[in-house]
Design a protein around this ligand. Structure first.
Ligand SMILES: [Mg+2]
Length: 181
């Protein structure tokens, strides 16, 4: 079976901006490309799992999200990084959603489509909902990065994240995964 790393986008791979909608606003954190490539070379399939409620709120469209994602993918492709699939939940928080984190639904979809062993897979993000998404799916470990909202989350709800691994950024998350996985 295959194993995977599921990655939140905003605040994890790229700088957090409120309702980022344009490719020019994308700033990839230092070290992300090489870190993802190391994971890939170790046999992990890479997925992005992103809530984009700005679509449901009417701030931007799914096409805008797609443009941003394509830009991100193109930038990382220059470092030989390839994602297996991108999952987007576009609904506003008050609207029923199939996959909006902390729902594990997209991870189950990925498991079924790509033959993944979730118990050998990891979830990385900067918010509690990212960690919960991983736990709800039964991943080996949910990892909180201190980038984006991560440091704030660590301060705000320490008791809720005690099961998570907490690391400074995606590069150290990759170190953790390569040690554990
Ligand atoms: Mg995030």
């Amino acid at each position: 079976m295959n194993k995977a790393v599921f990655l939140d986008r905003d605040g994890t791979l790229i700088e957090e901006r409120d309702y980022l909608r344009r490719p020019e606003e994308v700033v990839i954190f230092p070290g992300v490309g090489p870190s993802l490539r190391r994971l890939q070379e170790a046999g992990f399939c890479l997925f992005v799992v992103s809530n984009q409620s700005g679509v449901g709120r009417g701030y931007f469209t799914l096409d805008d999200v797609d443009l941003v994602n394509r830009h991100l993918l193109a930038e990382l492709a220059r470092e030989s990084v390839r994602f297996t699939k991108i999952y987007i939940a576009p609904e506003a928080p008050d609207v029923p959603s199939r996959g909006r984190k902390p729902s594990p639904r997209f991870l189950f979809d990925a498991r079924d489509e790509f033959g993944l062993d979730l118990s050998e897979s990891f979830m990385v993000g900067d918010k509690l909902i990212d960690l919960e998404c991983g736990w709800n799916a039964g991943v080996k470990k949910s990892i909180l990065v201190r980038t984006g909202y991560g440091a704030e989350c660590e301060r705000a709800v320490p008791e809720k994240i005690s099961r998570a691994a907490i690391v400074n950024d995606l590069a150290t998350a990759a170190d953790f995964i390569l040690n554990e996985g």
